[in-house]
Every structure is written in C-alpha cells, then in structure tokens.
Write a protein that binds this ligand. Structure first.
Ligand SMILES: [Zn+2]
Length: 368
C-alpha cells in the first residue's frame, strides 16, 4: 500500500484530466447548483436521509465500478444516500454516465465528485513563465511538483477561476465540492508561507475557492481534506463559512478498531490514538455538524495495492461497527468510504457483495 502506487492509480483513472467539458450535464437528484437553476427556493437541503443519525452514508467509486456494476441499485438496497465518482471529463459526456445519473436520480441517491484537483486548477504549463505561482522547496527553489504558493494572490485567483469553471461543469447534487490538493503533496517554503503548516496552507487555498463557489450558490461548500501531511489541525488560519472537514485516516489499520489507541498498521508510525487526537483537534477548528469521515473499509483498490486483479475485501464488520460508534461519539454525522474496485470483475471473481449492505445498514440502523 504505497503512496506512489496510489498516485499512479489516480493518474490512471484520469483524475488529472485538464480538458474541461462544455456540454451541460444531466443533473441527478433534486438539487441543481449554479447560476442556471434559477429556482433556489425549491431546492431541498442535501443529503437526504436526515432522519437517521448518520445523515450522509456514502461510497466513493471509480469509472469501471459504476459502468460494470449496478451501483445505484446496490446503494439503494444498502440504504446509502450518496455515491461519489472519480471520473474524467470525457467519461462524463458518455451515455453510460448519463444513465448512471438518471439511475441515481430514480433511487434518490446524491452524486458528488471527489478528486485531487490542484494540477488542473493551477496548470503546470504556467511554471515556465510564472514560477512564483508555484511552491518553493526546502532549498529555496520554485518547483511545479505539487500544489502552489498560497501567498501568491495571482495563483489563488487562477485557482479560484478554474474551480468556478470546474464547479459549473461538474455539479454535485449536494452542493458539496471536493477539490483536493495534490496527493502526497508538499507545502511551500517561501518566506511568506514557511511559517504555515501544511493544513494552514491548504486552508488558505480552500478559503479562496469556497468564496468563489458561494458566488455561484451561497449554500455551496468545500471540503478541507485532513489526510497525510494535512492531518494536523490548522493553527494559523481559520476556515471560512462553507468549509467542512473531511477526515481520511489513510495510514491506519483496518484489522483493529480505531478505538484501540495503541494499534497501528504494520510499517506505519502513526497510532490510532494519534489519529483520534488529530480528529478531535480538527473538530475544534471545523464545524462538527458538517464534518465528514472518508474511510477505506470497502476500499478494495487499497487492499489490492491499486493493482488488478482485485483481492477479496478483508471486510471486518466488528471493526467497522466499533469505528462508526467512535466517530458518532465524537460528533460525526457524515460517513463515506472508498469502495473502488468493487466492480463487475470483482463480483465475478469473489461472488459475495454482502458487505455493501452490511456497511450501509450498519450506518442506517445506528442509534447513537
Ligand atoms: Zn509560498
């Protein structure tokens, strides 16, 4: 489960696509964001299922998953509220994707888009002429390997403008946007940025983006991804209204519950106790009611080291049930998991998909 493997996987599924689509999308669900809807009073808040403790019960998928398996049906049967998709602009214009959106609409399943976006929001082709837009490494050299210089007003303006373009073309039915920084990305060490932690630098960028998104619709929101280098809570920068925490404990063990403070994944240094402490610190900075967990309980791609053929999911229902109780007691009401590689080939090879229902029903029936 190497970070490099994951980065290559993400490239392969097209998350760094730079071509922007212009065709209007078929909107899924009841909510339609953006300046074109014109009827905001009729748009209900999202996600649905608010009578349950866990208001968001989601799965994050890749293109092959949604085109080779009937995920809208599976999600509906499991009581999920939300499917999130990794996809490319080209795929989004296909008949298969429009069918997926319509099927989700039929089952009242919300659709979101989650992906690392910085390479698109600040095109690396700008580096040759404007290196000052990009981060400075520890040696004082500007580099276009990751992210940007958050102290560059011009970089933030370009990022915000491209985020607006992306938001108009890839509209979640919930108004919740996910423009993640580069996977495994590093921070800027320029004189103006160096005192900021990675999480602070991320928040500077996100605060600028969310202002842009709120011009499209004041109810739009944007995730701050606490993950790898951004796992620590921000210290110097405060989130603007509309920023919500997305907490992804990527290096944890899934064979032991998060509540086991001494547990850690083989080869990793961070313990579950440290992960819990990071979550608590983040929840003192970000609103609790919108904070969301991004887990990996169903992430066959992770357990397969992002290489097919996919291994059988090492589903551990007891760990999952313990974890959601831990999250619930910390005030989390929104839970999602990667479920990448759960596709037609997985079903053919391993037959059993009952863990999808156990996941969804575990969330659906949680009593608090
Ligand atoms: Zn900088």
């Amino acid at each position: 489960m190497k970070v490099d493997s994951r980065r290559n996987f993400i490239k392969n599924v097209g998350l760094f696509s730079t071509a922007l689509v212009v065709a209007p999308l078929v909107s899924c669900g009841k909510r339609v964001n953006g300046s074109s809807s014109g009827d905001h009073d009729s748009i209900p808040p999202a996600p649905t299922g608010n009578e349950h403790f866990f208001q968001t019960r989601g799965a994050i998928l890749a293109w092959e998953d949604i085109t080779s398996l009937d995920w809208p049906m599976l999600a509906s049967q499991a009581g999920l509220t939300t499917l999130s998709v990794h996809t490319s602009d080209t795929n989004m214009q296909s008949a298969a994707f429009k069918k997926f959106l319509l099927d989700c609409q039929g089952f009242n399943i919300a659709v979101e888009y989650e992906q690392h976006a910085m390479a698109e929001l600040l095109p690396r082709s700008l580096f040759a002429r404007q290196p000052e837009l990009f981060r400075m490494d520890e040696k004082g050299n500007r580099t276009d390997d990751f992210n940007c210089c958050p102290s560059s007003t011009e970089a933030l303006e370009i990022i915000a403008r491209n985020a607006r373009e992306r938001a108009l073309k890839q509209q979640p039915t919930t108004g919740r946007y996910y423009f993640w920084l580069d996977d495994g990305g590093k921070k800027c060490h320029c004189p103006d940025c160096k005192e900021w932690e990675d999480s602070d630098q991320a928040l500077v960028i996100e605060n600028r983006i969310v202002r842009e998104l709120k011009e499209l619709d004041p109810r739009n929101s944007l995730a701050h991804l606490a993950y790898q280098s951004t796992m620590k809570a921000p210290k110097a920068i405060k989130p603007e209204p509309g920023i919500f925490l997305e907490y992804a404990p990527f290096f944890r063990s899934w064979s032991r519950p998060l509540a086991d403070r001494n547990a850690k994944r083989e080869g990793m240094t961070i313990t579950h106790g440290e992960y819990i402490d990071h979550l608590a610190a983040n929840l003192s900075v970000f609103p609790k009611d919108t904070a969301q967990v991004l887990e990996y309980w169903l992430d066959v791609s992770l357990f397969s080291d992002w290489k097919k053929p996919a291994v059988k999911l090492p589903w551990n229902r007891d760990v999952f049930l313990s974890d959601i109780d831990t999250y619930a007691k910390m005030g989390i009401r929104h839970i999602t998991t990667f479920a990448v590689y759960i596709d037609g080939a997985y079903e053919k090879a391993h037959k059993d998909l009952s863990f999808i229902k156990e996941y969804g029903n575990g969330l659906l029936n949680y009593q608090g």
